[in-house]
Design a protein around this ligand. Structure first.
Ligand SMILES: C[S@@+](CC[C@H](N)C(=O)[O-])C[C@H]1O[C@@H](n2cnc3c(N)ncnc32)[C@H](O)[C@@H]1O
Length: 454
């Protein structure tokens, strides 16, 4: 398929997703806090879904209604909605690869793929999973494109960079805005070097070269990277060689992903980029959308929508239930502030995450009032009755509302990912893909954007 046909395909996909999302924007942008006080149920749940739910009667387990297909009989509209949302979400659109499929794709390009290094030392299981998969892919792609220096932007404590240097023998430069992190990375790698030989010797494929640590090149630099940063000059200063570089970034927060992609686009000596984004809510208004296509459509996302895209849906499905108490406590407390304490139409301070420390609503209300310096003249029994009355009326609808938003969350994530993909393709970078690199239960921000200059 030619680059222009590929771009058109992806742009069309973006259009479909936006067409699906636009009527749901008010639902996405709403705050669960005001679910009861602002009657969000009637305002923002699509009427057909709301009526179907009310007609079929509230089921005892709303979670099963969403995630157990056997429970969907009699809820055809909800079933259709969920199917549509799933088809619009990251994992189902047929334009992204899973890791095995991407390996086959690399194979077809003539790139040899290798096995993921399995180590259980040096970092926690989540990091081990992420670094194992990402270092393996970066190493395969790096060798294929004859890259010898890799720049890890937003290097943090150097988990990925240290493995790329020690195991994969690239020269690595870690750049991070935080001096504390750069120092942490320096200490970590020294410790790692001490134990490397012993640990690596016990693993397969440990030839002599892989055991030596003296010639490992892993430098760090503390610098805030923005669009005007001269990354090549930093590499020149710290490593010396800038002829053939690769960029990686593992969980680059918010706008840092956009910055990395722009650096990749404008500098030909960067032969590949592999980036896994996180913290979408920190993406600035200037950094979404990136593609001309979405800019022309004047599509944007609020901070709340970007925040919602981060909901770890796979983890919630894995847990098998929704923790609705915190949501219900907060929504009832809002009602209580408006109707008992006379604070309606007044902007209120943040209550914060206090529900984990409360085993019932009475404790929650008392704690919240003390935090906000509010006087609540109600007995425990009165508070309890107040809560129970509202809970009976609203709890299952609140869960439904939460799950409806949750079903849409991966669709927003998909728009953000696809927009970046289209941006790279619009800039002539044909060999660009999204790859599901991590297990979403272990690591919810699990998609990498990978682009290569072949
Ligand atoms: C979520 S952490 C990830 C760290 C590391 N890559 C890892 O996987 O453990 C993001 C890192 O990016 C750094 N960072 C954020 N914005 C940055 C910027 N504009 N320039 C350089 N570093 C940045 C932060 O200091 C932080 O260490």
């Amino acid at each position: 398929m030619s680059n222009s046909s590929k771009i058109l395909l992806h742009q069309k996909r973006l259009d479909e997703i936006i067409y699906f999302l636009k009527p749901l924007i008010p639902l996405i942008d709403s705050h669960m806090v005001s679910f009861i006080t602002d009657d969000l149920w009637h305002k923002f749940v699509p009427a057909d879904l709301r009526l179907e739910y009310e007609e079929t009667g509230s089921p005892s387990n709303v979670y099963e209604l969403f995630f157990d297909s056997d429970c969907l009989s009699g809820n055809d509209r909800l079933r259709r909605f969920l199917r549509k949302a799933k088809s619009m979400s990251t994992t189902e659109n047929g334009l992204f690869y899973d890791l095995d499929a991407f390996d086959s794709h690399l194979d077809s390009l003539g790139c040899k793929t290798s096995d993921t290094l399995k180590f259980d030392k040096f970092m926690c299981p989540k990091k081990t999973h992420e670094v194992g998969a990402m270092s393996r892919l970066a190493a395969d792609v790096g060798r294929f494109l004859k890259v010898d220096t890799i720049v890890d932007i937003g290097d943090g404590k150097g988990y990925l960079s240290s493995v790329l240097a020690l195991e994969n023998r690239f020269k690595v430069l870690g750049i991070d805005a935080s001096p504390v992190n750069s120092l942490g990375a320096a200490k970590r790698v020294e410790k790692m070097k001490k134990h490397w030989k012993g640990v690596r010797k016990k693993m397969i494929g440990a030839d002599e070269d892989k055991l030596r640590v003296e010639n490992v090149v892993y430098e760090r630099c503390t610098e805030f990277v923005n669009d005007t940063t001269d990354v090549r000059e930093i590499v020149l200063r710290n490593i010396g060689d800038t002829s053939c570089l690769g960029i990686v970034g593992l969980h680059t927060c918010g706008s840092l992903t956009s910055t990395c992609l722009r650096h990749f686009v404008k500098t030909d000596t960067f032969k590949f980029i592999i980036n896994v984004a996180c913290c979408h809510h920190l993406i600035s208004q200037n950094d979404f959308p990136m593609s001309d296509h979405l800019k022309m459509a004047s599509f944007s996302l609020t901070r709340n929508a970007k925040m919602m895209s981060l909901q770890p849906i796979s983890r919630i499905i894995d847990d098998g239930h929704v923790k609705s108490d915190p949501l219900m406590y907060r929504a009832v407390f809002e009602h209580l502030m408006d109707h008992v304490l006379g604070l309606a139409n007044i902007s209120k301070p943040e209550v914060g995450r206090i529900s984990a420390k409360c085993s019932n609503f009475v404790q929650y209300a008392r704690k919240a009032c003390s935090k906000l310096d509010l006087r609540l003249d109600m007995t425990d029994e009165e508070i309890s009755t107040y809560y129970d009355t509202l809970r009976v009326q609203h709890e299952s609808k609140l869960k439904f509302y939460f799950l409806l938003r949750l079903a849409v969350a991966p669709v927003i994530d998909n728009v953000i990912l696809l927009d970046r993909l289209v941006f790279l393709m619009e800039n002539g970078l044909e060999e660009t893909s999204h790859v599901q690199m991590f297990d979403p239960v272990v690591s919810p921000r699990n998609y990498a954007i990978i682009s290569m200059r072949l």
